[in-house]
Design a protein. Structure first.
Length: 653
């Protein structure tokens, strides 16, 4: 009898486990089916995009302006619907084709517009009044351009094995694609950074949000009832964004800050919770942003080592401590009076306050000294992008006759005369005990110190992290202008507000905007500095310079690569007049490559109050918490270099 009771209990337990197992198996099978459904959704969207491209030339220029504009908006919306998964599968290809930033390139006919000028330009949505002024050559070119771009983009789509793409889909990869897309929407998406023109602004955001909503509805469909609260939170965030877009906002009036704080940032937080609740492992990828982060405005999200040239250059406290001394030590210069800190002073957000930095002989260097704060978070350095890392940048500075006027052999000889320096090098680079101090050690140490010079906790950052008292109404309006009507964020990409393209940060943008030689707007003369062309020898890179950061801009005057403008108000006025586009008739003869500006030839029409708010927002990007990270003394030196003990921290000039 006892045996029978035990048998019944065991049988019941087995039956219970079997039922649970079948239930879980069923749920798992449903989740697998969902991934297949998402894959089919993506294939359908890609086919729809291809079909829309094929049909697009038919509407130009033989239809009404309303029809042309509607078809353009539809194409833009569809482009953005495929964006998330397409960029996930093909990050490099997408950047070189559909989402290439404003560039010019040699073409087989007509002006040097890239294919994606189809929506960047754009071609085909000119008002009827403009079309009436077209010459026959203008019309022929426009039609040929549209046809060529469509043909080339359809060839790109045809070259892609979509079946192979979706075959590799998993829950982890879907979450990763969504994670990166939320970051993209939170930065270049809301600021229209990939398309720029106003007509595309709202349709682009709509397309992104529509696609995100549809994929997430599929992903969360089969989830157990105990996850209903998380599902609701995810969909509430999406719904908040949809309601804002349903109000039919204009490009200029759309409240990007509200969209960011009521939709995208909450969505980022809930997606992280959802992924954890579903027990979906993250994708381990080599990236600038730590793998477990969804909110691109969260604190401490960047992996600085991602930007190091090799694992040998990774940061540690010993290297950073050594680099701090070296950065401020004038023994790196020939006359022991110049240091890195000569041009990068902590009290000026690591700039020097000069239009152009001083040469070794106290003349003018060719360009203005940019801030070192956050300089690590980009893969190309100098105004002309000629260095691929902070380490490589140092080569030019130490060996330059105009800067430190020294050599690494001379520097290392002096370092070896200091017992304290030798001990620090041994701690930072253990191999130097046997190999001796080497050039690479000096470069890596200084770069490691610079990797600690970060400033990503401004009042703007604090606002996005929940402190709603950290920004006032004018500053919030300034952000909306920066990301909208003023088009600043179409070049100065958040969250770094420089040219590093999020969310991969592999590419650093440069632009030709027609910077003048002087700060006058009456007698205009473009600065003759050839910029990036010096390195690339690409004629379309004449007078093009790296997009600098706007963070800490309140402390880094004067502005532009040549220090032409003394105030932010002058800079805003320059852009308000469409940059150098306003002065193309006044260009000096022989200025090759102009007027190939990478800025739209349209005035911004900012009001005086809007200009004030824009400047107020930029000032809210100040974070100088790292400027106290400076040495209070320098290591002692013995022997024939003992006279160096009188050297000044940061140099004399």
């Amino acid at each position: 009898m006892i045996f029978n009771k035990h048998a019944v209990v065991i049988t019941a337990m087995a039956l219970f486990v079997s039922i649970i197992s079948m239930s879980l198996t069923g749920k798992n099978e449903e989740r697998v089916e969902v991934i297949a459904t998402i894959g089919n959704w993506y294939k359908t969207e890609m086919q729809r995009f291809d079909s829309m491209l094929q049909e697009y030339p038919k509407y130009f220029y033989d239809s009404s302006y309303t029809t042309r504009l509607t078809k353009y908006e539809d194409l833009t919306r569809q482009l953005k619907r495929i964006e998330g998964l397409f960029i996930y599968f093909h990050p490099k290809l997408s950047h070189e084709t559909f989402f290439l930033p404003a560039r010019f390139e040699k073409r087989d006919f007509g002006p040097p517009f890239p294919d994606n000028w189809l929506w960047l330009g754009p071609f085909g949505i000119d008002p009827d009044s403009t079309l009436k002024k077209f010459t026959s050559e203008d019309s022929v070119f426009s039609k040929k351009f549209i046809a060529r771009s469509v043909t080339n983009f359809r060839a790109v789509l045809k070259s892609i094995d979509t079946e192979a793409d979706v075959a590799q889909l998993s829950e982890s990869s879907v979450f990763e694609a969504i994670r990166l897309q939320v970051m993209r929407m939170s930065t270049i998406g809301i600021s229209n950074g990939e398309i720029v023109i106003e007509q595309a602004g709202i349709p682009a955001i709509e397309g992104e949000l529509q696609a995100m909503t549809e994929v997430l509805h599929l992903l969360t469909g089969p989830l157990h009832a105990n996850m209903n609260s998380i599902k609701k939170n995810v969909h509430d965030a999406l719904l908040a964004g949809k309601k804002m877009l349903d109000l039919q906002p204009g490009y200029a009036s759309f409240d990007r800050m509200e969209f960011l704080t009521s939709c995208l940032i909450p969505l980022a937080k809930e997606m992280k919770q959802l992924q954890a609740a579903m027990n979906v492992p993250g994708k381990k990828i080599d990236a600038a942003i730590y793998n477990n982060v969804y909110d691109i405005y969260a604190a401490n999200i960047f992996d600085a080592d991602f930007f190091a040239p090799s694992t040998d250059a990774y940061n540690n406290k010993e290297r950073a401590a050594l680099g701090k001394f070296l950065f401020f030590d004038p023994l790196l210069s020939d006359n022991n009076e110049r240091a890195c800190a000569s041009c990068h002073k902590p009290e000026l957000a690591f700039t020097d306050g000069n239009k152009k930095s001083l040469t070794f002989e106290r003349g003018d260097l060719p360009r203005n000294a940019p801030t070192v704060i956050n300089a690590i978070f980009q893969k190309q350095q100098f105004w002309d992008l000629r260095a691929s890392s902070l380490e490589d940048q140092l080569d030019s500075v130490v060996n330059s006759a105009d800067e430190l006027h020294s050599s690494f052999d001379r520097v290392i000889e002096r370092l070896n005369s200091s017992k304290e320096y030798r001990q620090m090098f041994y701690a930072a680079f253990p191999e130097s005990k046997t190999s001796g101090i080497q050039r690479k050690h000096v470069k890596v140490a200084i770069a490691c110190y610079e990797r600690e010079l970060t400033g990503l906790n401004s009042r703007f950052d604090q606002y996005l992290r929940g402190n709603k008292s950290s920004l006032n109404a004018a500053e919030i309006n300034g952000f909306n202008l920066f990301a909208g009507k003023a088009k600043c964020a179409s070049c100065h990409y958040a969250p770094l507000f420089n040219g590093a393209f999020p969310p991969y940060f592999e590419f650093t943008d440069h632009r030709s905007i027609g910077v003048p030689l002087k700060d006058t707007m009456e007698v205009y003369e473009v600065d003759s500095d050839e910029g990036t062309y010096k390195n690339t020898r690409n004629p379309f890179h004449y007078f093009s310079f790296k997009v600098p950061t706007v963070r800490n801009v309140a402390l880094t005057a004067p502005y532009m690569h040549n220090g032409a403008y003394k105030t932010l108000n002058q800079v805003v006025d320059f852009y308000n007049h469409a940059g150098g586009n306003n002065f193309t008739k006044q260009m000096r003869p022989g200025m090759k490559g102009l007027p190939f500006f990478m800025i739209l030839p349209e005035k911004l029409n900012l009001t005086p109050l809007e200009k004030e708010d824009l400047v107020a927002f930029m000032k809210a990007l100040t974070d100088t918490s790292c400027i106290s990270n400076i040495p209070l003394r320098l290591p002692g030196v013995t022997g024939k270099h003992a006279n160096l003990n009188k050297r000044k921290i940061g140099g004399v000039y």
